[in-house]
Write a protein that binds this ligand. Structure first.
Ligand code: TPP
Ligand code: MG
Length: 555
């Protein structure tokens, strides 16, 4: 197993041992080239493998024992499925003879994960290990990437077998499908004639490494680019054609531009409900070109006029010679007007420390260190991070989008840091989510992973409060999440902690953390009353996007 992993180019595994996987750990002992990062909970192993995979473009690997070790992986595996992240999860299984006997720590993890993996294997003979591992990596990478599970009974780990290691395939890009090739002319015609077009770029651009092609398409045609949450960092945030994120908490101008567009070019995205709002009223005037690698996604949520199936880089390279520039100053002036009259990134004036202020200050620090990577949790802080931070290098924003798993922020940041040892890595944490996986502070210290944690302590499940205040008549239930003294907690784990309550202290604190050679936690005690705007109310259309009432009142 170790030899197979090395041949697949694995250099880091995230895992936690237990009886059923101990023979594998015994082999790992003899393979120092495989860095094993011991997490404190298996969910963190899967999230870390996810973060690692997203920023390296490699397959992330996580390892757990049978039973509770395996079930603890499930959330992280589902997260990788939802966000199309290539992952191989290896679990130990009880002895072959005990299978099906409700043995100690037996669980049918292949069945449990059948719905959240691309494929699951139970390997019944050591002879099958090398070919199975090789195939598993292939399946994880190919087409729409995702997680694969390999379950290995203990006896199989102990068995000796003879065989060949399969040849590791060279990185393989699928060729352009003929039907897609035939439709490129039609796509180009729509692009070249459109008066009010926008590109919506998703995670597929990053997954296929098509950022340069996307930039070339935008610059050649002069068409502005909007990204989904997971598409952030696929197109430079400071580019004149960048309109930022769209969707439930997207920029007002991006949402309205989509609503008014006559052509939507959806690239490597899947018209998720958080993006479209009410699907039946999405982009009512637009024809839609939709490119995705997974045929079942194309046309699934919105009616598509030109379906393009294929790898984004390959398809865009073929499309580029067919498109040309068109002067659309009326359309661009209209969008500029929206930006001017509806400043979605304006920050209300208060005497309190607002999360938006902290993030716009962090943005300053990020612009000075463009190789920085940001990893978020899930909730209000995630949405403000997506709005206020600008990413100019590809693959520098990592977030749990499809699954929206609270607790992702710290473990995924550890995986990112292991994959990009030289890069500054910021974990943007919510106090609710942080309390779900904070045990991984020990992993950060132990493994010398110098992540910087910006903890947004609003004392509550902020996004829940926002929904209860806006849509449940203000009936607040299960909102406060008092936690420990976070500064003392960081210190207890062996890293410095700093509490910031004053807007003036934000920048110095961020710089101090940045300069520190090791993990560092800053607790920002932020205004608990803030709401994330713009917002498309649940069930609403992009045209219904609400702006911050505090800003409208002249604040
Ligand atoms: C594992 C999990 N449980 C519940 C939720 C539902 N949920 C979404 S956001 C949120 C609140 C998050 O609170 P916190 O991490 O403090 O972030 P904040 O919104 O306060 O910035 C909850 C409970 C979720 N996304 N994930
Ligand atoms: Mg919170």
């Amino acid at each position: 197993m170790c030899e197979s992993l090395l041949r697949e180019g694995v250099d880091v595994l995230f895992g936690h041992p237990g009886g059923a996987i101990l023979p594998f750990y015994d082999a790992l002992w003899a393979y120092p080239k495989l860095r094993h990062i011991l997490v404190r909970h298996e969910q963190a192993a899967a999230h870390a493998a996810d973060g690692y995979a997203r920023v390296t473009g490699k397959v992330g690997v996580c390892v757990a024992t049978s039973g509770p070790g395996a079930t603890n992986l499930v959330t992280g595996i589902m997260g990788a499925k939802a966000d199309s992240v290539p992952m191989v999860a290896i679990t130990g299984q009880v002895a072959r003879a005990a299978l099906g006997s409700e043995a100690f720590q037996e669980c049918d993890i292949c069945s449990i994960t059948a719905a959240c993996t691309k494929k699951g294997y139970m390997v019944m003979s050591a002879r099958d290990l090398a070919p199975t591992i090789s195939e598993a990596f292939q399946v994880a990478r190919e087409g729409r990437p995702g997680p694969v599970l390999i379950d290995v009974p203990r006896a199989v780990q102990l068995e000796e077998a003879e065989g060949e290691f399969p040849k590791v395939p060279d990185h393989f890009r699928p060729p352009l499908p003929v039907e897609t090739l035939e439709r490129l002319g039609q796509a180009a015609r729509l692009i070249n004639e459109a008066q009010r077009p926008v590109i919506i770029a998703g995670h597929g651009i990053l997954a296929s490494g098509a950022c340069e092609e996307l930039k070339a398409l935008a610059e050649t045609t002069g068409i502005p680019v909007i990204t989904t949450l997971l598409g952030l960092s696929g197109f430079p945030g400071n580019h004149p054609l960048s309109l930022g994120m769209l969707g439930m908490h997207g920029m007002f101008w991006a949402n309205i531009a989509v609503d008014q567009a006559d052509l939507i070019i959806g690239l490597g995205m899947r018209f998720d409900d958080r993006v479209t709002g009410k699907a039946s009223t999405f982009a009512p005037h637009a024809r839609i070109i939709h490119l995705d690698i997974e045929p079942t996604q194309v046309g699934r949520n919105v009616p598509v006029e030109v379906p393009l199936v294929g790898d984004a880089k390959v398809v865009l390279q073929a499309l580029l010679p067919l498109v040309k520039h068109l002067d659309r100053h009326q359309w661009m002036d209209y969008i500029e007007g929206l930006k001017r009259d509806h400043p979605s990134l304006a920050i209300p004036r208060t005497n309190t420390l607002l999360p938006q202020h902290v993030l716009s200050t962090l943005n300053q620090v990020l612009q000075e260190n463009p190789e920085s990577v940001v990893v978020t949790g899930v909730g209000q802080h995630q949405m403000w991070a997506a709005q206020f931070l600008f990413f100019n290098r590809s693959n520098t924003f990592v977030s749990s989008g499809g699954l929206g798993a609270m607790g992702f922020e710290l473990p995924a940041a550890l995986g990112v840091q292991a994959g990009r040892p030289g890069a500054p890595v910021w974990s943007i944490a919510g106090d609710g989510g942080f309390q779900m996986t904070l045990q991984e502070l020990a992993t950060a210290v132990d493994e010398k992973l110098p992540v910087k944690i910006a903890l947004f302590n609003n004392g509550q499940l902020g996004m829940i409060r926002q929904w209860q205040e806006l849509f449940f008549k203000g009936h607040l239930k299960a909102v406060p999440v008092p936690g420990p003294n976070y500064v003392k907690l960081a210190e207890a784990y062996g890293m410095p902690g700093l509490r910031v309550t004053d807007p003036e202290d934000v920048l110095p604190a961020l710089r101090q953390a940045q300069a520190y050679d090791g993990p560092f936690l800053i607790e920002f005690v932020v205004d608990p009353s803030a709401h994330v705007y713009p917002m498309v109310p649940p069930g609403g259309s992009l045209a219904d996007t609400l702006e911050d009432p505090l800003l409208k009142n002249g604040n």
